[in-house]
Design a protein around this ligand. Structure first.
Ligand SMILES: Cc1cc2nc3c(=O)[nH]c(=O)nc-3n(C[C@H](O)[C@H](O)[C@H](O)COP(=O)(O)OP(=O)(O)OC[C@H]3O[C@@H](n4cnc5c(N)ncnc54)[C@H](O)[C@@H]3O)c2cc1C
Length: 393
């Protein structure tokens, strides 16, 4: 089996390298932040996204009729991996989740209004599925949407809406039929985040980043801003989650942190002895390096299946997300153990080993095993859909 990239793909990688070199800036490229795709917003970051847009790299996989270049998904994968290698913002939710879902299911009006703005990096989105009693079981969402002439009135609450404090648009699921079985009574809407009926409260996370609670008080939304068919929202959300599980969890930072740990082991001493001579330490980093290769291949298997299927493959998305995010935690845990108490010093502390990166990733990597669907949920999906085991709840 040949896992090499083609000459054309390697030439694209060189182009991306040159772009990164030409736009290198500490304000947009920060290796010590774990996920630049969605959690921060600055004028410099938006300017960087516009440059990516000008290169035509935001719509790589989109059809030409919607302004994309109809390229294979491998280019989008290569771009995102390269960008995350240097801690730069990646294509994120607009292109990877909302845009792709609109192309498949949105009305002509929504496509005309949103797709060009996404491609030109003019708007950011927040995604609202989770609620206080609907996290893993997102289909239990209760945010109420009631018909009011040509409009809908939305009332209720969301939790964990990342980016709501800076994004322009809210991609939000609401219950439009309370009497239907829970998966068949949900509809997706697009709501402007500056709507006066929305109140946004910060939720600080243990990883040091902000997510939000959002309260809806009679938020009127025109029916034109309903996405796809009435009560089919959960089907669209499931597809969008498959995209999210792959698009938002890049592999390159995990490999980089594993390499950083290996470099540390090569040079550091403990009790006057070189760490590299400790057999347990050697075995642990060797194991992590091997697991990195597994994560890389699971990522490629998602890309290959998506190209073959033409739609996001559920099993591969769950397998990659489960393995990669748990590996990321194992790398962080091993770094804490091997580097020792100094690893608890945070970024900016004088003499913090590896510039304080370990403390930051130790807390942040927990989040990745929860957001986008917790590890247990990925295992349930694999058990049911890939292995054909009965539903467990
Ligand atoms: C930092 C962060 C950012 C987020 N951003 C967003 C966002 O932008 N938009 C959004 O909509 N959501 C977002 N989420 C929410 C995320 O999707 C949910 O936290 C996640 O789905 C888990 O839901 P929960 O927190 O309610 O936990 P629960 O669903 O209450 O789960 C608690 C525990 O029980 C386990 N569990 C639950 N059900 C089962 C089951 N059937 N079988 C086995 N184990 C089970 C879970 O794995 C978990 O360990 C974010 C979360 C975090 C932490």
């Amino acid at each position: 089996m040949n896992f090499d990239f083609s000459e054309q793909e390697r030439s694209f990688l060189r182009e991306v390298d040159a772009f990164i070199e030409a736009n290198r800036s500490p304000e947009v490229m920060d290796l010590s932040r774990e996920n630049m795709a969605q959690i921060s917003d600055t004028p410099e970051r938006r300017a960087f996204m516009r440059k990516l847009a000008q290169r035509g790299w935001l719509g790589l996989t989109w059809p030409e009729e919607y302004g994309g270049s109809n390229s294979s998904g491998v280019y989008e994968y290569l771009l995102n991996e390269k960008l995350s290698t240097v801690g730069a913002p990646q294509i994120g939710k607009g292109v990877g989740i909302i845009g792709k879902t609109l192309i498949r299911h949105g009305s002509e009006k929504l496509k005309r209004e949103f797709l060009p703005q996404i491609l030109n990096a003019e708007i950011e989105f927040a995604v609202g599925y989770s609620e206080p009693n609907a996290g893993s079981d997102a289909a239990a969402m209760r945010l109420k949407a009631e018909r009011d002439g040509d409009y809908w009135r939305l009332n209720g609450q969301k939790v964990f809406t990342t980016s709501a404090h800076f994004a322009e648009w809210y991609w939000v699921g609401a219950r439009t039929d309370p009497n239907a079985p829970k998966h068949y009574g949900i509809t997706l809407f697009l709501v402007p985040l500056n709507h006066p009926g929305l109140t946004i409260h910060p939720m600080p996370t243990m990883g040091g980043e902000r997510t939000n609670m959002v309260f809806f008080d009679d938020v009127r939304v025109h029916d034109d801003y309903r996405v796809g068919e009435l009560n089919k929202g959960f089907q669209y959300i499931s597809e969008a989650l498959d995209l999210e599980r792959f698009t938002l969890f890049t592999f390159a930072p995990i490999r980089a942190r594993t390499q950083l740990l290996c470099d540390y082991v090569k040079t550091a001493q403990r009790d006057g002895e070189p760490l590299r001579n400790d057999p347990l330490v050697r075995q642990r980093v060797a194991r992590l390096a091997t697991e990195c290769e597994v994560a890389r291949l699971l990522g490629l298997s998602f890309v290959a299946a998506a190209i073959a299927d033409g739609k996001p493959p559920t099993n591969e998305a769950s397998a990659y997300k489960l393995y990669a995010t748990e590996l990321s935690q194992r790398v962080a845990n091993a770094s804490m153990d091997i580097v020792g108490p100094g690893a608890q010093l945070s970024k900016g502390t004088e003499d913090a080993p590896l510039c304080g990166r370990i403390e930051n990733t130790y807390t942040y990597t927990v989040i990745d095993t929860v957001g986008g669907g917790a590890s247990e949920i990925q295992k349930n999906i694999i058990a049911k859909r890939k292995l054909g085991l009965p539903k467990n709840f």
